[in-house]
Design a protein around this ligand. Structure first.
Ligand code: MN
Length: 496
């Protein structure tokens, strides 16, 4: 039984004191007390709006690994749920594996834990974000390795979770330490252009507000966002290094209260300023696979400037910035509990009023794991060599993705160079196995045709499946290859 003391003292306060005690005397590379690191990690989680169990796990995330607290002690003190979260982000013991193997096994274990509870991943991202913010204190060689790993693994994970706020910061920090020269170059180019951009934006915004008043648009807010340095760098490579051809370095965001207002605002803007052809994107009708919704357009300001505008509802904006985290925050937050530390943490992230959840939140309610996480774990369970594991991550899951439509407008995202077969298997395993042919944008294509972003694909199936060995050469994703192998195995008569 728990002592009366531990019942009255709330979770975050207890975690705070426990972590402070456990890390007493430990110092980071920066010379700061180690406790600062777990404190900042928890603060990032609180800023995302997550609840007290996740914030507590953030405070406690290093006590099993670095502070010699036993599992039993921990579970008894903080309960099963917080214990699971902390265990999920804790690396494997040093004895079982060494070097690369240990690293890969740690990652594998982490993926499995996050496939059971996605909060494990969010805590890991917060942990990594603070480590990246303080990376300058780390030895240069290790610094580069950590920056690369962040770029290859954690940035794509943050992207897929839809937590753009964290993704942007992680990406720019990784860019800074992995490609320092390029980073400095872009920073300088931007600095030279910033005042111009700001001038156009300011003037534009003024005229826009006048137009809104005339058209009676209410309950909106605007802000400007600068493109991350790394995205600018990537665009400069693809657009042959001319920064002045990138129109969305800075963008004006307009948040309104309803979807119909989004289109109304777009209409007002196009009525006054001429849009650039081909740059109007309706991600409200066609959300990106990670759920992102917004209208984008780019207009000539009339005085030589070109400005990108993003229009969305307040709710879409919150989802775009906080993604999966905002969804979990909603489920996990329990404002009925008085906790001085927790409310102190929460002030960093002003939350819209949401209905408090009275009952203790069961894990089931917050465990809405996205399908891709499960797939990631499945795909990796087939791989045995450490190098293969990382290569697979890079080539399949983390490489740039493209968005393909089926004939009903459903979006499937696939790695670049995927073929109609990959599309069929991604959509539906049965459709893959019964694959007969495919039409891309209305025309029949060869089996090995590489799909392109935005293609519309129609799969033609036949009654009897005829999976052949040759198909393995025609697909890119691990999922398709696995299913083809499986179908081939099942089709081979057993001789024993
Ligand atoms: Mn840590």
């Amino acid at each position: 039984m728990r002592s009366p003391g531990s019942q009255t003292k709330s979770l975050v306060t207890k975690a705070f004191n426990f972590a402070q005690e456990a890390h007493k005397g430990q110092i980071r590379n920066s010379g700061e007390p180690y406790f600062n690191h777990v404190f900042e990690t928890a603060k990032i989680l609180a800023e995302l709006g997550l609840g007290k169990r996740t914030v507590s796990a953030g405070l406690l995330h290093d006590v099993l690994e670095d502070a010699g607290v036993t599992d039993e002690e921990f579970e008894q003190e903080f309960g099963k749920e917080v214990f699971f979260l902390v265990q999920g982000v804790t690396k494997l013991g040093k004895i079982r594996y060494t070097g690369e193997q240990r690293h890969v096994e740690s990652l594998r274990k982490f993926f499995v834990a996050m496939s059971k509870d996605i909060r494990v991943l969010i805590i890991k991202l917060a942990d990594r974000l603070h480590n990246m913010r303080t990376l300058e204190h780390v030895h240069p060689e290790k610094r580069y390795r950590i920056a690369m790993e962040t770029m290859e693994i954690y940035v794509p994970l943050a992207y897929r979770l839809g937590i753009r706020k964290i993704k942007r910061e992680l990406e720019d920090l990784a860019f800074k330490y992995a490609l320092t020269d390029k980073y400095e170059e872009i920073k300088q180019l931007l600095k030279e252009r910033r005042s111009d951009k700001e001038r156009y934006l300011e003037k534009f915004q003024k005229n826009l507000l006048k137009a809104f008043a005339g058209e009676k648009v209410k309950d909106f807010n605007t802000d400007t966002r600068m493109k991350s340095l790394y995205s600018i760098y990537r665009k400069m490579i693809s657009k042959e290094r001319d920064i002045d051809k990138i129109y969305d370095i800075s963008a004006l965001r307009i948040n309104v209260s309803s979807i119909s207002d989004c289109y109304k605002v777009l209409g007002i803007i196009h009525g006054i300023w001429r849009p650039l052809p081909g740059r109007i994107k309706d991600y409200i009708a066609f959300p990106k696979p990670n759920g992102y919704q917004s209208l984008h357009t780019t207009v000539f300001t009339g005085d030589g400037g070109i400005i990108e505008i993003q229009i969305r509802t307040h709710e879409m904006h919150e989802r775009a910035e906080y993604g999966m985290a905002s969804h979990i925050a909603y489920k996990e937050n329990d404002s009925s509990i008085e906790d001085p530390y927790y409310s102190w943490f929460k002030q960093f992230f002003p939350q819209p009023e949401k209905e408090p959840i009275a009952d203790e939140v069961t894990s089931e309610k917050i465990k809405r794991i996205p399908g891709w996480v499960k797939e990631l774990v499945d795909a990796q369970s087939y791989v045995t060599l450490p190098t293969e594991f990382i290569d697979n991550l890079k080539s399949d899951f983390f490489e740039h993705r493209m968005f393909i439509f089926d004939i009903n407008g459903e979006v499937i995202d696939l790695p670049v160079d995927s073929t109609p077969l990959d599309f069929a298997y991604e959509k539906d395993i049965d459709e893959g196995n019964h694959f007969h042919g495919a039409k891309v944008n209305g025309k029949f294509v060869a089996l090995n045709t590489k799909l392109r972003n935005g293609d519309i694909v129609e799969i033609i199936t036949k009654k009897t499946p005829q999976v052949t060995e040759k198909w393995l050469e025609y697909c890119k994703t691990i999922k398709a290859k696995q299913q083809i192998r499986k179908a081939l195995e099942e089709a081979t008569p057993q001789n024993s």
